[in-house]
Design a protein around this ligand. Structure first.
Ligand code: ATP
Ligand code: MN
Length: 471
């Protein structure tokens, strides 16, 4: 056994070393120093963290250590260490155990003149400048663990219900929304773009056509749902929208289930069960981190989640929502009339003030929704649904899909889309069409919601927003 690389058997994580069961064991724990205090009695307390849990492990470093004066007394925030010793019951109230060091090895120093994460607390905005170091803070560490718990819960939820996890392409030729908020993918030399009749000649590009980063995996997921029944895709999506808000990223992760034979009501039911299951999971499986968020970030966050788990989501047709908003007596910045797209102020009024619980808005006007949403018998509305939650607003957007070929083609024309371009999507209606539905949940909005974090840029490791892609 090399002294610097202990065999795996004796290595404990901080989380393991903090368990009362560890008392009496000889172990090695490795991590990064958070603080060091020297006692008058001639030894030091060194708090180390390794990300395995929110809390630190308290190390008692006695003066007898061979490198006590030369190294241990110079340890400070950010230094990386391995500590061998015995775990004993702690006298302190903060922890059940502590590690009494017999040997301390320093892997790397962190010059206090330059290491930015000293005792002083920085704003989240400031911390974004150190996106590579901020996971070492309590908050960003907790966010990363909760995000992981959510991802695990997402897969578990669908796997337990017979869904197949499929992978839809990141590079695509179809603009799902027809909205044009797309990032281009090209290998053309931008300084010498080939032209043909005054237009860029994409036939000379890598794919022999114009391609983009996907805004959604839905269209491709539909092809698989119409063969495998229930599927979900879960991956990064990209939107070049110039929205500098606390709820928008240019690159974000989306979970998109798509189900054959599901109608809109089934879709709503699934979305409600799904969200409740995710919230239940973080409360149970990320309890330590959730208590941290409730203490430091949003006092209400646990009560809010528990309240939602115990409540029933409101199901509200768009037309009734307009009515409620018009009669609210509220002065909204954007006025409300039938046919308008709802702004976040309207969404938030409904979920935060009027109903005080999640609201599933459905049956939106056809002219404000994409071509693939199923047209209702009234001819004016489509089977769209948005799930609204307090503070974050829209967390899920979905619909029952148009499965009738003629209606789909009519809708494409109406929106100025070329059906030729979507021939394969139309084919799904030509050959064995079935009613089907699906939705998209934004992962970051979900992390934001469950943690209470104010800005979406602080719930993804390296956020991409207009003007920001340094890390
Ligand atoms: P919004 O109206 O809030 O901009 P949207 O209607 O464009 O959202 P959808 O196309 O329905 O969103 O996408 C499905 C889900 O993906 C949304 O409910 C949301 O949770 C998430 N989402 C959409 N755009 C973004 C973004 N730019 N950054 C982070 N999450 C997003
Ligand atoms: Mn939407």
């Amino acid at each position: 056994m090399s002294q610097e690389n202990p065999s795996a058997a004796e290595v404990l994580s901080v989380a393991q070393a903090r368990e009362p069961e560890a008392i009496g064991r000889t172990a090695c724990v490795r991590g990064w120093v958070r603080t060091r205090r020297d006692s008058k009695a001639g030894f030091s307390f060194v708090e180390i963290n390794d990300g395995s849990c929110l809390a630190n492990l308290q190390v008692i470093a006695p003066a007898e250590l061979e490198n006590y004066q030369s190294e241990v007394r110079r340890l400070g925030p950010g230094c990386s260490v391995a500590v061998w010793g015995q775990i004993q019951a702690s006298q302190g109230r903060e922890q059940a155990t502590e590690l009494v060091a017999q040997r301390v090895h320093v892997y790397g120093w962190a010059d206090p003149q330059h290491y930015p994460l000293q005792k002083k607390r920085h704003s989240f905005e400031k911390l974004r400048q150190w996106a590579h170091l901020r996971p070492r803070t309590n908050t960003l560490g907790a966010v990363a663990r909760v995000r992981n718990t959510l991802c695990w819960a997402i897969h578990r939820f669908f796997q337990q219900r017979g869904f197949y996890y499929i992978h839809t392409p990141i590079i695509t030729a179809s603009d799902c929304e027809g909205a044009g908020q797309l990032f281009r993918v090209t290998t053309l030399d931008l300084a010498r773009v080939p032209l043909k009749d005054g237009q860029v000649d994409f036939s000379q590009d890598f794919f022999h056509r114009a391609t983009y980063l996907t805004v959604s995996g839905q269209l491709e997921a539909e092809a698989y749902a119409c063969a495998l029944g229930k599927v979900y895709t879960f991956g990064p999506t990209f939107r070049a929208e110039n929205s500098n808000t606390s709820r928008h990223l240019a690159e974000f992760w989306m979970v998109e289930p798509e189900m054959a034979f599901y109608e809109l009501a089934d879709n709503m039911q699934l979305a409600e069960e799904f969200l409740k299951e995710l919230f239940r999971t973080v409360l149970e499986e990320a309890a330590e981190d959730m208590a941290f968020f409730a203490r430091w970030i949003d006092k209400q966050v646990i009560d809010t989640l528990q309240g939602i788990i115990d409540s029933e989501f409101v199901r509200l047709p768009y037309t009734e929502a307009i009515d409620i908003l018009q009669r609210s007596g509220r002065q909204f910045e954007f006025s409300v009339e039938w046919g308008c797209d709802l702004q976040s102020e309207h969404e938030r009024y409904l979920t935060e003030e009027h109903f005080r619980r999640p609201v599933i808005l459905y049956d939106y006007p056809r002219q404000i929704k994409p071509f693939y949403m199923r047209v209702n018998d009234d001819g004016r509305t489509v089977r769209a649904m948005d799930v609204l939650v307090p503070r974050v607003g829209e967390i899920i957007g979905g619909s029952q899909r148009e499965e009738r070929q003629e209606v789909l083609l009519e809708r494409m024309k109406e929106q100025g889309l070329d059906p030729e371009h979507y021939w394969w999507y139309v084919d799904l209606r030509r050959f064995g069409t079935v009613p089907h539905s699906g939705f998209g949940l934004g992962l970051e909005r979900t992390v934001q919601f469950v943690t209470g974090m104010a800005n979406i840029r602080d719930v993804i490791p390296f956020p991409r927003t207009p003007g920001n892609a340094e890390f």
